[in-house]
Design a protein around this ligand. Structure first.
Ligand code: PLP
Length: 372
């Protein structure tokens, strides 16, 4: 498989798989039990908490284990229920794990406003400023968009929010291992991560919380995670995520360099036979390795099907149900008309990709787009 869809998910690192296999075979004590095999499980979990905290410059007690990015985002919003300050600001190109939750919570009196973005997918600080009302308690702004890779001005928004006593959440699910994540400089109050986006296992993630003592629980039961997220911990997945986070942080510069090289190779190769490609999103401030490309006068579903026959995995943001292909809402939000929208493919490169694989991808694209 020629896999260029690392924004959807990433394969497990071999050393992460090895660690998880070892734990699944040998470690079964309940981490809440006080006898030795329980303590062994507990120490594995606390070690992973430290690894993750280090990878984003947080304190271990600020890390809550979750089932992934979706739960981490949900936790932040649900915990605001019942506040007298009941207004949240976010934006139109967030992941559904933000926008759909906010829409759902409307019925319980939690109000929200989604601000728009410019043609590069960037939120304007003035628009956020204008959306603030006395009841605003939280601004939720993703650090990087999953479809176009655009980075948002989260740090600037934090400055603005702090002056008004408003909390800030960032969905950073796409970021670990691609850009530096440091909560001490970012100064957000909440940050969501998901392990399967950084070569860790699926179904596990974290919520970073600057002041955990002020957070309410989302899942209530046996008191795990200091009463903030009940349920017996998934020891091997948490350990795998810890190792994956540590590896992502340690190899950040090398990996970002490789991703940029692959991108450059792809762009110059494509330019040789297809001059009309449109690169969507903010090209000067985006995630390395993610290219969102429109191929005018071509249909992305047809390109994708042909690439699939050549064993190449890429994606588009279009929803496909009962044969009807709907344009991607993210690309519509940045102003692409439906025909360009439906000609768009997301290529997201990863650390297992090689220059030879990019050549293969380019060859196949040339056959599909030019030789037809
Ligand atoms: N947020 C963003 C930006 C994402 O890209 C994703 C997954 O694609 C999620 C949240 C949800 O993460 P998970 O599926 O791990 O819960």
């Amino acid at each position: 498989m020629y896999y260029f869809d690392h924004s959807a998910t990433t394969p497990l690192l071999p050393e992460v798989r090895k660690l998880m296999d070892h734990i699944n075979k040998n470690v079964y004590g309940n981490p809440s039990s006080i006898y030795s095999i329980g303590r062994k499980s507990r120490s594995i979990i606390e070690n992973a908490r430290k690894q993750i905290a280090r990878s984003i410059s947080a304190r271990p007690d600020q890390i809550i284990f979750t089932s992934g990015g979706t739960e981490a985002n949900n936790h932040v919003f649900w915990s605001l229920m019942g506040n007298s300050q009941n207004h949240i600001i976010s934006n139109v190109i967030e992941h559904p794990a933000v926008t759909k939750v906010l829409q759902f919570l409307d019925q319980f009196g939690l109000e929200h406003e989604l601000v728009g973005v410019n043609k590069n997918g960037v939120v304007s600080i003035d628009d956020i400023n204008e959306a603030i009302i006395p009841e605003t308690s939280l601004i939720s702004l993703m650090l990087a968009n999953n479809e176009i890779g655009t980075l948002q001005p989260v740090q600037e928004i934090v400055e603005l929010a702090k002056e008004r006593g408003i909390l800030v959440h960032t969905d950073a699910v796409q970021c670990l291992g691609k850009i530096k994540l440091d909560v001490s400089t970012l100064r957000v109050d909440f940050l969501s991560l998901s392990a399967h986006k950084f070569y860790g296992p699926k179904g596990v993630g974290i919520l970073y919380v600057r002041k955990p003592e002020k957070l309410s629980p989302l899942i209530i039961g046996g008191g795990q995670e200091r009463n903030l997220r009940a349920g017996t911990e998934n020891i091997s997945s948490i350990a795998g995520m810890g190792l994956a986070a540590e590896t992502a942080e340690n190899s950040l510069d090398k990996k970002a360099e490789l991703l940029i090289e692959l991108e450059e190779q792809f762009k110059s190769g494509l330019n040789r036979f297809f001059k009309n490609a449109i690169y969507n999103g903010n090209q000067s401030k985006k995630l390395p390795g993610l290219l969102n490309v429109s191929f005018p006068k071509n249909r992305s579903d047809i390109i994708m099907t042909k690439l699939d026959r050549a064993n190449i995995a890429v994606s588009n943001g279009s929803a496909c149900g009962s044969g009807d292909i709907k344009p991607s809402p993210i690309l519509s939000a940045i102003g692409l008309d439906d025909s360009i929208n439906l000609s768009t493919i997301r290529f997201s490169f990863g650390s297992s990709n090689t220059p030879q694989q990019i050549d293969y991808l380019l060859n196949e694209l040339e056959s599909i787009l030019i030789k037809k």
